[in-house]
Design a protein around this ligand. Structure first.
Ligand code: GLC
Length: 419
């Protein structure tokens, strides 16, 4: 048991969180003087080597009048998300909070209000665990921060000077002034000295012992494993882990990419990650007004409605047992109570049944999660081939879309065959 076992279980049970990338980069929105930033728009300053003197002028027009922290927090809950992570300071070094460390912050803009405070208060009032993203290594404003080698000379940088002048003091401010912080989400540790990573982790634990730390603190010092962006591990992974995921190609708002995953795609990723025991932290990208696209709202509304019909198969699941064959109907999940969940994507042809080979345990009951209907089950064992077969018969028309979830209750914990 670690000091944060309870919080880690809360995290793994949560399964689904909202990531919000917001900052000065929402103003150019990926386009600078007609040039398109490659990849994420939040990297525009570094990728297009925009001089700090020009980029920081964006602060003079930063005024997201339609930003409502309460709207995002309430929608996150409606969408079925169980925690929220907001970028407090991204790689560009601009702080969305009232920091005594630097004038490069939202307090020195026409908006003039502490955005981290607004989200922290809304999360506390709505009962949604609040997480803070902080880019601890990269900082394109501070002369000793990593990443800006076009305004500053890399060979003249002393990283520890930036670390003690800006990063560590700002992390202390975030963990002192904004109430309970559910998790600190660090990013791009690169080759940051291990002793400074440890000092950062120790500081978080000293100020808020129950605050989780993600894996990008570096050197295995986190409470959970942070997978690569939009990357789902091939095999089930026992332990707490999370995949940060975008709805399109950019973390920050990008004028040239207003696409959005379909609800079926998002649900498919939630199921795949959950069936391997992980969390999805799904990102939205407010524009310079503080708003996200109608398309992304519709997508997340639909996903949230599906989750509400199938909640027990999303929250508090475990990595599913391994079956001998890839299940053609879709994925398999596992509940903490020993239930199995069959996520039926492709409604098989007539007879409408799903086939599960390799389940040794006897099925006591099969039901549709969306409406509680009990389903007929047929199990057989072919001795000559030592093969266990299980068929579950479905109604003619798919009871749910885009995925129908069947709960299987077995005699005892489910036992499977492997080849
Ligand atoms: C990468 C990107 C960063 C983004 C993060 C989200 O580290 O550099 O811009 O915030 O992924 O996971």
């Amino acid at each position: 048991m670690t000091a944060r076992s309870k919080e880690i279980k809360q995290f793994t049970d949560a399964a689904y969180g909202l990531f919000i990338h917001f900052g000065l980069y929402a103003i150019p929105g990926g386009i600078w003087q007609g040039k398109r930033a490659p990849h994420g728009s939040e990297w525009i300053m570094r990728n297009l080597e925009i001089p700090l003197a020009q980029y920081r002028k964006l602060a003079e027009e930063f005024d997201p009048k339609q930003l409502s922290a309460r709207w995002y927090v309430r929608k996150a809950k409606e969408w079925g998300m169980k925690y929220l992570v907001l970028t407090a300071k991204h790689h560009d070094g601009f702080a969305l909070f009232n920091t005594a460390v630097s004038d490069y912050s939202v307090m020195h803009t026409p908006y003039g209000r502490d955005i981290v405070r607004e989200f922290a208060d809304a999360c506390a009032e709505e009962g949604l665990p609040f997480g803070i993203y902080y880019s601890q290594m990269q900082d394109w404003e501070h002369p000793d921060g990593d990443g800006n080698n076009f305004d500053y000379k890399k060979e003249e940088k002393i990283f520890s000077r930036y670390f003690y002048e800006k990063a560590l003091p700002q992390v202390k401010e975030l963990l002192t002034n904004y109430g309970d912080v559910f998790l600190m989400w660090f990013d791009t540790p690169y080759d940051m000295p291990q002793d400074l990573c440890r000092e950062l982790a120790d500081t978080v634990h000293a100020l808020q012992p129950r605050c989780l730390i993600n894996g990008r603190i570096g050197y295995g010092l986190g409470d959970y494993r942070q997978m690569a962006d939009n990357s789902i591990p091939t095999l089930p992974y026992h332990g707490a882990w999370e995949v940060p995921m975008t709805l399109n190609s950019s973390w920050g708002y990008h004028r040239a990419d207003l696409t959005c995953h379909t609800p079926a795609t998002v649900i498919g990723k939630l199921i795949e990650v959950g069936s391997k025991g992980g969390n999805v932290l799904l990102n939205v990208s407010p524009d310079e007004r503080g708003l996200i696209s109608e398309l992304s709202i519709r997508t997340l509304d639909e996903v949230g409605a599906w989750i509400s019909r199938n909640a027990e198969s999303i929250y508090g699941t475990l990595p599913a047992p391994v079956f001998p064959y890839v299940t053609r109907f879709g994925k398999v999940g596992a509940g903490r109570d020993g239930s199995l969940y069959l996520y039926v994507e492709h409604h098989p042809g007539f007879p409408h049944r799903v086939s599960l080979t390799g389940l040794v345990s006897r099925v006591r009951r099969a039901t549709l999660l969306c409406n509680g209907t009990e389903l007929r089950v047929a199990q057989s064992y072919e001795i000559a081939r030592d093969e266990h077969r299980c068929y579950v018969f479905l109604p003619e028309t798919p009871p749910d879309t885009p995925v129908t979830v069947i709960r299987l209750e077995t005699d005892g914990a489910p036992v499977t065959q492997t080849l």
